[in-house]
Design a protein around this ligand. Structure first.
Ligand code: DX5
Ligand code: ZN
Length: 209
């Protein structure tokens, strides 16, 4: 199981990113919130970009943004492996997928807990990752929605139906050493508050592998 670590709930991002750099976590998950697609707003890119000097890990960028285009241009300039946009936005998703790919960055598409998985079908041939939200996007430290397990199984069925086998399924929100039992059909989990609690981040990561 790959593990991507969100530092959204961190009260000292430079310290936590340095500590996470010493672990074997696969990615740093970067939550970007615009105050429109979700209520909260993260710090501007001009500040955000400075904290990445504290890590050599590749970034997995989650754009919770109604109009992601300008964020794609900005986050593409960092050490970014994935940029994920939401399927629910009222923008031209195909155009945004092409824009992400033009930077040779892998494309993720995220779905909120109440979104029908059939909405992702038109984009399946063009994406590298599906980010299944197991909480409502917008803040860290929420409770895992257990029906997400079933959603992941349905996505796997879609993959079979459309003969796709190289899309990564990542799940985001409320993942801990208990709720990991609902994530066994995923390839990757994103966890924030659980990893950052206590002082042994590596041990917490190990418990999700
Ligand atoms: C929720 C974010 C998640 C979240 C993960 O809106 O997309 O990445 O911060 O944090 P935990 O693991 O605390 O739910
Ligand atoms: Zn996220």
């Amino acid at each position: 199981m790959k593990v991507s670590v969100s530092f959204l709930t961190s009260d000292n991002a430079p310290r936590d990113l340095k500590l996470l750099n010493e672990t074997d976590c696969d990615y740093i998950h970067v939550d970007v919130m615009d105050g429109k697609f979700v209520k909260n707003k993260t710090m501007p890119f001009s500040e955000m970009k400075n904290i990445y000097k504290y890590t050599d890990k590749r970034l997995d960028v989650h754009l919770m943004c109604a109009d992601p285009e300008k964020y794609i241009h900005k986050y593409a300039s960092l050490n970014t492996e994935y940029i994920t946009i939401h399927v629910e936005i009222n923008e031209d998703i195909n155009k945004l997928i092409k824009l992400i790919k033009s930077y040779s960055i892998k494309v993720g598409l995220s779905i909120k807990p109440n979104t029908n998985i059939r909405d992702i079908i038109p984009y399946l041939p063009y994406i590298d990752l599906i980010l299944v939200m197991s909480v409502e996007p917008g803040e860290g430290g929420q409770t895992f929605i257990t029906s997400s397990e079933e959603k992941v199984k349905e996505i796997r069925k879609l993959f079979e139906e459309y003969n796709l086998n190289d899309i990564v399924i990542n799940i985001d929100g409320g993942v801990n050493d208990d709720t990991i039992k609902y994530c066994r059909d995923c390839d990757m989990v994103t966890a924030g508050s659980y990893i950052l609690e206590g002082d042994n981040y590596q041990k917490n990561i190990d418990s999700l592998r």
